[in-house]
Design a protein around this ligand. Structure first.
Ligand SMILES: [Fe+2]
Length: 212
């Protein structure tokens, strides 16, 4: 199964509230933000770029909040094709929201292209390789990892080693230089604090599941 399909096709029958959705979105934003900052530093980028990536990481899925009624399809087992079309609109919707708030061009293009895959199989523009903005390639790597290691309502979190294995299987989706830098971070002391944060959000989400 393609990585981008994991987590979008299967849905739990459990009821979740809008607050649960928002809390999950915020935790995901914080995680991607921290990873994108560290990864940008590892890649030798200057402070301005690193902070832009931290900000882009926080807001990259903001378009999903507008699509809540489609994305958080309660009482449904599967996401139908029509709904998948809406899911794929979230980067452009996010871009349209953020451009009204005068976010920098680098943040806007990173959000707009954060679902492009290195082999050209992503969206919205099917960009390939170096034609994908650098920031969007950074965010793609962090976003996929963050999604895999997070507890979701429809599946348990993958452990870090399994998440990396799954990413290696689909490495055609990533810029290799960026992916290798990401592996260095995961295997370094810098990752310890991130790991504690991951454990705390997964514990919280497990608790939300248990109490439903
Ligand atoms: Fe996204």
């Amino acid at each position: 199964m393609l990585l981008q399909e994991i987590g979008t096709l299967e849905w739990s029958k459990q009821e979740y509230t809008a607050k649960d959705d928002l809390s999950e979105a915020i935790d995901h934003g914080i995680l991607v933000s921290n990873l994108a900052f560290l990864l940008s530093k590892e890649l030798g980028k200057d402070d301005e770029f690193c902070y832009a990536m931290a900000e882009a990481g926080m807001v990259h899925d903001i378009g999903k909040l507008k699509l809540g009624k489609y994305l958080y399809g309660r009482n449904k087992d599967t996401l139908v094709i029509e709904e998948m079309k809406y899911v794929r609109m979230h980067p452009t919707i996010g871009y349209d929201i953020l451009k009204n708030y005068e976010y920098s061009d680098i943040i806007l293009e990173t959000v707009y292209h954060h679902h492009e895959n290195y082999d050209g199989s992503g969206y919205p523009d099917n960009l390939k390789e170096k034609s994908i903005p650098y920031g969007a390639r950074i965010l793609r790597t962090c976003d996929v990892f963050a999604a895999l290691i997070s507890e979701r309502r429809y599946r348990a979190a993958f452990d870090i080693d399994t998440a990396i294995e799954l990413m290696v299987e689909e490495v055609k989706n990533f810029d290799m230089e960026i992916f290798l830098a990401f592996l260095r971070i995961v295997n370094s002391d810098k990752f310890n604090e991130i790991q504690s944060f991951i454990e705390s959000i997964n514990k919280k989400n497990m608790f939300i599941k248990d109490t439903k």
